[in-house]
Design a protein around this ligand. Structure first.
Ligand SMILES: Cc1ncc(COP(=O)(O)O)c(C=O)c1O
Length: 361
């Protein structure tokens, strides 16, 4: 069966010697490989001031704390995402304010964002859902007008651009995820990037119990408790090897995504998610909107292709239900949503077979 998501590892010949050198080199925890990975990742993707973490979730938790999330405050967010976008908000004690999405993209609706801002709002947390950039310039403007933070959750969107600018470069804070099935994996890992380099020392402390590295352990002083969110050299060496092949990998997602966009635009009963002119998605998942999404899933299963909605709107979970209101755009998007395989493992022939099955179905 052609899977919807798949682990992508660098070539064994390149990865294994580098990995072995770290594993038996006596320095497996946070060290030089991590700092090199931070620099090379940031340079590669046009981002600034990077702090590598043990997960995207850890990076997001730190970003929220730096943005001022705390009990009594509110964070504007989306329910159309993976759960960690919002479990981390609860972790800070802040209230997630679920805001509606555009039914044609699944991304935050800027007009509804404005409507939900209060004096308690500290930040907008925007997800570039499935690798399709949200209207990030409009959200940047709103954040500035209301003097609140902007956090970009780029966990799905490595390599995506808005107006020829990389996602993650618009927000005060941005996070990426290197969890198993993302464009790029370090088995587990994440990256926090900051617009303001002055916050980097605090971000680094928050990822390591609240302690500064490089200060003797007998002298270091914790003033704010932090977490165990640091990346290991083992994960970082995988990340460094991944960077060598990441452009080709992202390109294959984009080639398949654009081909689907073209071919499926004229098929009745389905429509590709809308891609505005300013947007260049990196298509981690291909988003199709169907009159009958279950039928598309069934039809593709018949030809051994996996398709699914993959996510559960977060406000369906009991833990988030108290924060849920009316989200008509999300309801429409989710009813019609079906993700179809789009990554490097989908050959041109596979892609044609998938298009053909949907067109005939
Ligand atoms: C949108 C989104 N945000 C955050 C995360 C958290 O990333 P991680 O799994 O690396 O902790 C994920 C991944 O599961 C995600 O899909």
């Amino acid at each position: 069966m052609i899977p919807l998501v798949k682990v992508a590892m660098p070539p064994r010949e390149a990865l294994m010697p580098a990995l072995e050198a770290v594993l038996y080199g006596g320095m497996i925890a946070e060290g030089e490989h991590v700092y090199r990975f931070e620099n090379e990742f940031a340079r590669h993707f046009g981002l600034k001031h990077a702090a590598a973490t043990s997960s995207g979730t850890g990076a997001l938790h730190v970003a929220l704390l730096l943005a001022g999330a705390a009990p009594g405050t509110e964070i504007i967010t989306t329910s159309m995402t993976a759960e960690p976008t919002n479990t981390t908000i609860l972790q800070t004690g802040a209230t997630p304010v679920f805001t509606d999405v555009d039914p044609l993209t699944g991304n935050l609706d800027p007009a509804d964002v404005v409507a939900r801002i209060t004096t308690r709002t500290r930040a907008i947390c925007v997800v570039h859902y499935a690798g399709y950039p949200a209207e990030i310039d409009a959200l940047r403007q709103i954040a500035e007008q209301h003097d609140i933070g902007l956090i970009e959750d780029c966990a799905h969107a490595l390599g995506a651009q808005w107006q020829n600018r990389p996602v993650g470069s618009f927000g005060d804070f941005a996070i990426h995820s290197f969890q198993a099935i993302k464009h790029m994996t370090t088995v587990d890992g994440g990256m926090l990037t900051l617009a303001d380099g002055d916050l980097l020392p605090l971000a680094r402390k928050l990822r390591w119990f609240g302690m500064a590295k490089g200060v003797p352990r007998t002298e270091v002083d914790i003033t704010t408790p932090g977490y165990k969110y640091n990346m290991t050299n083992v994960a970082a060496v995988i990340g460094l090897q991944q960077l060598a092949g990441i452009d080709a990998l992202i390109k294959s997602h984009i080639a398949n995504g654009r081909a689907y966009d073209q071919a499926l635009a004229t098929v009745s009963g389905v429509a590709p998610a809308v891609v505005p002119a300013k947007s260049a998605p990196s298509y981690w998942l291909y988003t199709l909107l169907a009159d009958d999404s279950d039928d598309v899933i069934r039809r593709l299963a018949e030809i051994d292709v996996m398709a699914s909605k993959l996510h559960r709107p977060n406000h369906y979970h009991s833990v988030f239900r108290p924060f849920a209101g009316d989200l008509p755009g999300l309801d429409t998007f989710y009813r019609r949503l079906v993700h179809i395989p789009c990554g490097s493992w989908v050959s041109v022939a596979d892609r044609e077979r998938i298009i053909d099955a949907i067109a005939k179905g």
